[in-house]
Design a protein around this ligand. Structure first.
Ligand SMILES: Cc1cc2nc3c(=O)[nH]c(=O)nc-3n(C[C@H](O)[C@H](O)[C@H](O)COP(=O)(O)O)c2cc1C
Length: 363
């Protein structure tokens, strides 16, 4: 099974089963209501956004399992971003690496949106790494291109169209992701990509075989618009290109229809359709660097979006410790801790994922 795109491999079988048993609309809710809420959450910032608008844009950041593991505290000239440890995912992320990367993604969105709206400032990570402060002043509105990409960015877990990417575009992606303390490795050569693909598949097989990983993942799956709208967090099947099912059917269907082989085959197809891989490696393995990695990867994702590219994460090789050391060796840096793996390329969009309301995340 593809941990975040669970049912693609079994999609047609499940759709057939659904037709056979007659899915009731009230069980699954409506995609129209879902799309309207997604559009509302992604409404443009406008000319003079308030702090709530900036926080809305901060939370549109990438974040692991869409747990949205953050809280915000506002003051007249600063905003604190804090971890919400009630939203940890200890099976996939035992040391909170992904949680702090996710905070870095949100912090970068906040900085870009605030800058574009005439509140330039700096992000400072507090010494224990447990808070990020954005202190801002009034100023001229800054560049709008990345800010405009915030509401259009998504993790697109689909097969792409196989087109390659011009060297100048790759250079722009690399330049935009330049955050001190983080290295970006871009792979576009097929033989190198295939080596990393094999580690993705090895990590995926290990995770599928791990009952704790699967138990945790199930808690974050939303099989239909009704449950996605009720929770406004987690992984909505249609946002991963998967069939919509009533909740009562989703979990047993998951248990019945996926196999490691089918999911690995799907990953192999997705990677083969991608133009390249981006691997982020922090200089050190601490919260400060995990936040930096999040900032770099969010900048990469926004720049890719602004250039018409799609991206999706493939983090199995950094989540399974044994595979992570293999990846570090493959990259020629056996003592490093590779932080994130993403693929990128050209392709079509999928439905957007939802976020919780701003009032739920402000202290
Ligand atoms: C640290 C981190 C790790 C992630 N790992 C994965 C992953 O391994 N596979 C995947 O499909 N998505 C992964 N994601 C993407 C999230 O699931 C995604 O950002 C979230 O569901 C919100 O969706 P969006 O990015 O489309 O807004 C990761 C995101 C972050 C920030």
């Amino acid at each position: 099974m593809n941990r975040r795109t669970l049912l693609i491999g079994a999609g047609s079988a499940i759709a057939g089963a659904g037709a056979g048993i007659g899915l009731a609309a009230h069980d699954i809710g409506s995609m129209e209501a879902y799309a309207a809420e997604a559009a509302r959450q992604r409404a443009p910032l406008g000319t003079s956004p308030d702090l709530a608008d900036l926080l809305r844009y901060a939370t549109l950041a990438a974040n692991s399992h869409n747990t949205q593991p953050w809280r915000f505290r506002t003051a007249p000239r600063s905003i604190h971003i804090l971890p919400d440890l009630t939203r940890r995912t200890p099976a996939v992320d035992p040391d909170d690496h992904h949680l702090f990367v996710s905070l870095g993604c949100a912090a970068e969105n906040l900085k870009i949106a605030a800058h574009a709206s005439g509140r330039p400032g700096e992000l400072v990570v507090e010494s224990d790494g447990n808070a990020i402060r954005y202190a801002f002043r009034s100023g001229t509105p800054g560049a709008a291109a990345l800010a405009a990409a915030i509401s259009r960015r998504q993790s697109t877990r689909a097969v792409y169209d196989g087109r390659s990417i011009a060297p100048a575009t790759l250079s722009r992606l690399a330049a935009a992701s330049d955050i001190p303390g983080v290295s970006l490795i871009l792979l576009t050569e097929r033989a190198r990509i295939d080596q990393v693909r094999d580690l993705v598949l090895a990590g995926n097989s290990a995770q599928i075989a791990d009952p704790a990983f699967m138990r945790e993942l199930r808690q974050w799956l939303r099989f239909n618009p009704r449950s996605a709208l009720a929770a406004r967090d987690g992984l909505f099947s249609a946002a991963s290109g998967n069939p919509i099912l009533p909740t009562w059917l989703g979990r047993p269907a998951l248990d019945c229809f996926f196999t490691a082989k089918a999911e690995n085959d799907k990953y192999a197809r997705q990677i083969a359709s991608s133009a390249g891989l981006a691997i982020f490696v922090g200089d050190r393995a601490d919260k400060d660097h995990w936040i930096r990695v999040g900032r770099a990867c969010q900048r990469f994702a926004l720049t890719a979006t602004s250039l018409g590219l799609k991206h999706a994460f493939l983090n199995q090789p950094v989540e399974v410790a044994g595979v992570r050391s293999e990846l570090a060796k493959l990259l020629g840096a056996p003592d490093s801790r590779p932080d994130l793996v993403m693929r990128f390329g050209y392709g079509r969009a999928l439905p957007y994922s939802l976020r919780r309301p701003v009032k739920a995340i402000v202290e």
